[in-house]
Write a protein that binds this ligand. Structure first.
Ligand code: F3S
Length: 400
């Protein structure tokens, strides 16, 4: 059966509101029909991925320019990281040719009425949905955070389908928008001790691998800080498949379910195995990057504290990836000055996965399991460890 459209939606599909809305309706109707959606539902906000010119290329830029001719977003819409720091790109070794193209991409999004936030942590900068709200987000860690930590409802949208939802203000109601598809179906008993932030990335790796395509209901974790959940979200969806989990007594909605019958356990050995799989044999480190997902202000404060009166090695670059808003708070609090005095650099609006880094660095150290996954795709050797270990690597140029 084909998806039901209201009269107004049909008129939008017929072109009454112009090219961008017609194109968007075509995308949403095609998706809805493929996945068996009965109707479109309103979304409270949109988060659009596919912002880096590095990934879009000229064909992507052309597609955006076409839509920008008459397309205006109907709901709050923010952007995922771009391929460069929009203000400080020269300092991060970005070429003028790349910057010119990236700026054209940003101009197109601006014309559409999108907030040029360029972050994978939209929930830190004002795009914060409420519990149960339907949204259309596309960045995988943000989607997982929204579904699991906030309790909003979103599928993992592609860049074009998220944009389409922004122009229409609606998305097809299928997948994780339906409660029956949000029921956990594997119990993950955690019997491992988690001591540092990167352990949460290792935990995400282990659970992602063991849960495969199932929705985990996690027990055995007594407490979790926001940054730990943020890191876990990025990792569990990168190494697993589902952008949704429940953590007993920690995430909302977990009280509605009992642990499913099928059970797997995570022990200290699994955490160690995760590190063994994520880490390469490498000692010399030429890039240290913290902020995957983008750093919170608390993480920036910790970095500043650890870098006080220290100096980044001349053989190493040290990047703090974060949103521009966090950087502005950091400026006011004096953290930026401390980090830059030590030789560190802020990489706002961008990240280690979508910046054109291939061939520039041989090795990277980070606190992030997801960061390691994408750095390997950029042909870099990877080390994951605590913030303290990463700062030591930045100062000495070596992983010890
Ligand atoms: Fe964010 Fe980039 Fe990591 S989008 S989650 S910083 S790979």
């Amino acid at each position: 059966m084909l998806m039901y459209l209201t009269e107004k939606e049909q008129r939008m599909l017929d072109g009454e509101e112009g090219y961008a809305v017609r194109k968007s309706m075509e995308i949403l109707v095609a998706l809805g029909n493929i996945y068996g959606a009965e109707q479109l539902i309103k979304v409270g906000s949109v988060q659009v991925a596919g912002v880096s010119y590095h990934n879009l290329g000229d064909a992507g830029l052309e597609f955006l320019n076409e839509l920008a001719k008459d397309g205006k977003v109907k709901v709050l819409t923010t952007l995922n990281p771009a391929g460069m720091d929009l203000e400080n790109w020269q300092n991060l070794g970005i070429t003028a040719e790349f910057a010119e193209k990236q700026n054209l991409v940003i101009d197109a999004f601006k014309k559409m009425g999108i907030i040029i936030s360029c972050t994978c942590t939209p929930y830190f900068i004002g795009n914060l949905p409420r519990y149960g709200e339907h949204i259309a987000w596309s960045e995988s860690s943000a989607v997982t955070f929204a579904n699991s930590v906030i309790g909003a409802k979103t599928n993992r949208e592609g860049g074009p389908s998220a944009l389409a939802a922004a122009f229409v203000g609606k998305t097809p109601c299928y997948g994780l928008h339906l409660d029956e598809n949000r029921v956990p179906n594997i119990h993950v008993q955690v019997d491992a001790s988690l001591k540092k932030l990167s352990d949460w990335g290792a935990l995400g790796y282990s659970i992602g691998k063991k849960a495969e395509n199932k929705i985990p209901y996690i027990t055995g974790i007594k407490d979790a800080e926001l940054d730990e959940l943020k890191s876990f979200c990025a990792s569990v969806v990168t190494y697993g498949a589902q952008p949704l989990f429940y953590m007993k007594d920690i995430t909302p909605g977990s009280e509605n379910y009992s642990p499913p019958k099928e059970t797997v356990t995570i022990e200290d050995k699994d955490i160690k195995d995760a590190y063994d799989n994520i880490n390469d044999e490498v000692t010399d480190i030429d890039l240290v990057c913290i902020g995957c997902p983008h750093c919170s202000i608390k993480e920036i404060a910790e970095i500043a504290e650890l870098l006080k009166n220290r100096r980044v090695s001349p053989n190493t670059e040290f990047w703090v990836a974060t949103s521009r808003l966090m950087k502005q708070i950091s400026d006011k609090r004096g953290y930026t000055e401390t980090i830059e005095r030590a030789g560190g650099k802020f990489a706002c609006d961008t990240c280690m996965a979508v910046a054109p880094l291939k061939g520039r660095f041989r090795s990277v150290a980070t606190t992030s399991a997801k960061g390691c996954y994408y750095s390997r795709q950029n042909k870099m050797l990877t080390k994951m460890g605590s913030l303290e270990e990463c700062i030591e690597a930045a100062v000495s140029g070596k992983w010890s």
